[in-house]
Design a protein around this ligand. Structure first.
Ligand code: PGA
Length: 248
């Protein structure tokens, strides 16, 4: 059975006090369903502190460098994340691809490093508006997955969830419509089935991300191949995230 996943991507927001309060509130007050897992991808500097309050929420890092240690000034290693009791990592977010030039090849190294250290991976993919306008979104996203994720063995792949986030819908207030979302999610699931098998495809959680909020969550989650969401702006308040959780 596919697991439902609701993940908060706090990006570079919140103070430590706000983050701690919100994390505790998420843990105590979000609706709990069997088969639903919550993730919080927090700014790295808060991870140690948040892990001391860890309840049922999976604590994740938004970024790391794919090496255990070394001369990489300013970077955070997988060992640092393990020290902070982090159990998940976000890889391939479009903001990291765009602003920090993370290539498909580099993302593959991050995926390998994460899997090797036992982290659960939420891997992001998604096309720009320019790519969609050319109607090349399916081949573009397929290539992102093939380049960075589909080299994994089936058992490694099963520790990953995939988040489809069209870049033009992130933080813009513009969401993809149900037809666009379902087309992509259905395609991703069939590529997984071709690459691995239908059992692996049916066990992989596929999330949608991009301006998801309490108003549009119901229609997004009604798409048969959507198993949850990766939420940015609306995850910065309890009310915003809770409204979305109630629609899952
Ligand atoms: P948004 O961000 O919900 O603010 O659009 C989603 C994301 O970037 O993960």
């Amino acid at each position: 059975m596919r697991k439902k996943v609701l993940a908060a991507n706090w990006k570079m927001n919140l103070s430590l006090t706000e983050a701690k309060d919100l994390y505790v509130q998420f843990d105590s007050s979000l609706p709990k369903f069997e088969n639903l897992t919550y993730y919080v991808f927090s700014p790295s500097i808060f991870l140690h502190e948040l892990s001391s309050n860890k309840g049922s929420i999976i604590l994740g890092a938004q970024n790391f460098f794919p090496a255990d240690k070394g001369a990489f000034t300013g970077e955070i290693s997988t060992s640092h994340l393990l020290d902070a009791q982090v159990s998940s990592v976000l890889i391939g977010h479009s903001e990291r691809r765009m602003y920090f030039s993370e290539s498909n090849e580099f993302l593959k190294q991050k995926v390998d490093s994460a899997i090797q250290h036992g982290f659960q991976v939420v891997f992001c993919c998604g096309e720009s508006l320019e790519t969609r306008d050319k109607n090349e979104q399916l081949s573009f996203v397929k290539n992102q997955l093939e380049a960075s994720l589909f080299h994994l063995s089936a058992s490694e792949f099963l520790t990953c969830a995939i988040a489809y986030e069209p870049i033009w819908a992130i933080g813009t207030g513009r969401t993809a419509n149900e037809e666009q979302i379902e087309e992509m999610h259905h395609s991703i699931r069939s590529w997984i089935s071709e690459k691995y098998n239908s059992e692996v495809a049916e066990s992989t959680s596929l999330l949608y991300g991009g301006s998801c909020n309490g108003k549009n969550a119901k229609s997004i989650f009604s798409c048969p191949n959507v198993d949850g969401g990766l939420i940015g702006g609306a995850s910065l308040t309890f009310e915003g995230f809770n409204e979305i959780a109630r629609e899952l």
